[in-house]
Design a protein around this ligand. Structure first.
Ligand code: PSU
Ligand code: MN
Length: 336
């Protein structure tokens, strides 16, 4: 008997004998709440590789106008490596998968309020028809609904420092435990408690893969955190095989594929680390809590480093997008 597996979401993929994904995907009625751009819809129905991209990094992760410039360049990096980019946001009551330039500007310019939307906020943002930018958790949900198993971003949320008293653990981590999407990122920023973040991911059953030469879990601005990742892979095919096997097992959990920042951009990391310490002290003094915490820290670090962190941030997201695009191509070739 053939094993029908779901890679990424709505389109079940038959792994023993190739059947066109196009044919299989018609079994599902598209959800009225999910709006795919024509480019993304076509790519998915042709079984072509697609990479999901988040929008909170645009609305809350970087200042205007660098946020929109970076978003465009990240999409270009996906395209240059052979996959179709699908930036995700919540617009006019629907989940948009694949944004046009006007929509990117709407999310990034700040002319109207944009809600940072994690799993908790999805239904409220959509039903109340407010503009929403999806975090890693929100984007994973949307990508899975659309049938996109690979998603690229800068960094995931994690266990915050001091979580033993604040209980501030990002919804990204529980989402990784329940939604089968691979998140290609540069680990997590050291605004977070990285050892606890890795512990939490283990509890949630999430494989964390150090991708590239080093087997260290990267710490966003620096290629190494000093913490070993449980897995180490070096090629797109290895990651594609992991994603495929995760689906064959029927595991409903996700994966973290951690790509270190390219060396040439890692030079400012000591200066950035100092800025992070200052930003953390500031957030404590000001009593910043909850969903405001991460955006506050990101903003403060950019201010304190005079933009050095921003250039590094943009470079690593683009690099991750290119790597994710190669992984998506390998996966598409394996399941077609
Ligand atoms: N880390 C970054 N840049 C970001 C984020 C995290 O370096 O833009 C965003 C992502 O959207 C992530 C979210 O999913 O912040 C996590 O927020 P919180 O810590 O509130 O869960
Ligand atoms: Mn939080």
């Amino acid at each position: 008997m053939r094993a029908a597996i779901r890679i990424g979401g709505l389109a079940p993929v038959c792994i023993q004998k190739a059947r066109p994904v196009r044919q299989l995907s018609t079994r599902h009625t598209p959800s009225p709440i999910l709006h795919l751009s024509s480019r993304v819809r076509e790519a998915i129905s042709n079984g072509e590789p697609v990479v999901a991209l988040e929008s909170t990094i645009i609305s809350h992760g970087m200042p205007y106008p660098q946020n929109i410039e970076t978003a465009r360049q990240v999409e270009a990096a996906v395209a240059a490596n052979g996959s179709t980019p699908a930036t995700i946001a919540l617009i006019d009551g629907r989940i948009h998968v694949g944004l046009d330039d006007e929509e990117l500007v709407r999310i990034g310019k700040g002319d109207e309020p944009v809600v940072k939307a994690s799993r908790r906020d999805m239904a409220a943002v959509l039903s109340q028809r407010v503009l929403g930018a999806t975090t890693v958790s929100g984007t994973m949900i949307a990508a899975h609904m659309a049938g996109i198993p690979i998603f690229a971003t800068g960094g995931i949320g994690g266990v915050h420092r001091g979580a033993e008293t604040t209980m501030d653990v990002s919804a990204d981590l529980t989402e990784l435990g329940r939604t089968p999407v691979a998140v290609v990122c540069s680990g997590a920023k050291s605004i977070l408690d990285l050892p606890k973040t890795l512990e939490y991911l283990e509890t949630q059953g999430v494989p964390v893969v150090a991708y590239g030469e080093s087997g260290d879990f990267p710490a966003f601005f620096s290629p190494r955190s000093g913490l070993r990742a449980p897995w180490h892979m070096q090629t797109p095919d290895q990651v594609a095989a992991l994603v495929k096997t995760n689906a064959e097992l029927g595991l409903q959990s996700g994966m973290v594929i951690a790509v270190p920042i390219p060396d040439q951009y890692a030079s400012a990391s000591a200066e950035i680390e100092r800025a992070i310490e200052t930003a953390l002290r500031d957030s404590e003094e000001l009593g910043i809590r909850g969903k405001e915490c991460t955006p506050f820290l990101l903003r403060r670090v950019v201010e304190l480093t005079g933009g050095a962190s921003l250039a590094a941030n943009a470079a690593l997201v683009k690099n991750n997008a290119g790597a994710a695009s190669q992984m998506a191509r390998s996966l598409a070739a394996m399941v077609s």
